[in-house]
Design a protein around this ligand. Structure first.
Ligand code: HEC
Length: 121
């Protein structure tokens, strides 16, 4: 009996490794991801700012990749490298580098923006 209690506690603490994430989509994975009205300035750029600019803004263009500014970003959108990198598709470096993949809903939003023509909106 005691043995089960202990292994239960161990299991619980292992599972709780992910407890502190407060990303809505991870807590409620069944919530639909709202990909309508995704704009560059409202959604995509803020995401890049928080997840990518520390390595890819104009000043920190790691790997010679600058994602700051529409024309710069658009180059990587058109080449497929932007989506390939964040979706961890084969043949692309996995971004954000050495960090957790973007949450699924954020990737879906970026994809929706691209599918709508990757407009400067
Ligand atoms: C910790 C620094 C760092 C972060 C954060 C980061 N990158 Fe990168 N990125 C790099 C480096 C370094 C390279 C050069 C290739 C390599 O070393 O893998 C690169 C390469 C790339 C490339 C070219 C990949 C290819 O295979 O051609 C793209 C596109 C890219 N990053 C997009 C992003 C996006 C989008 C984000 C945010 C979601 C991001 N990166 C976050 C460091 C970073």
């Amino acid at each position: 009996m005691k043995k089960y209690l202990i292994s239960g506690l161990i299991l619980a603490s292992l599972l709780c490794g992910s407890c502190y994430y407060d990303v809505e989509e991870e807590i409620y994975p069944t919530l639909a991801c709202n990909t309508s009205d995704v704009t560059l300035s409202g959604v995509v750029e803020p995401l890049l700012k928080s997840k990518c600019y520390k390595c890819h803004d104009a000043a920190n263009n790691n790997g010679n990749v600058t994602l700051e500014g529409y024309a710069n970003l658009k180059k990587y959108v058109d080449s497929g490298q932007f989506l390939g990198a964040i979706k961890h598709s084969p043949g692309f470096s996995q971004m954000p580098k050495n960090e957790a993949m973007l949450v699924d809903c954020d990737i879906q939003k970026i994809e929706a923006w691209i599918n709508n023509g990757a407009l400067q909106n």
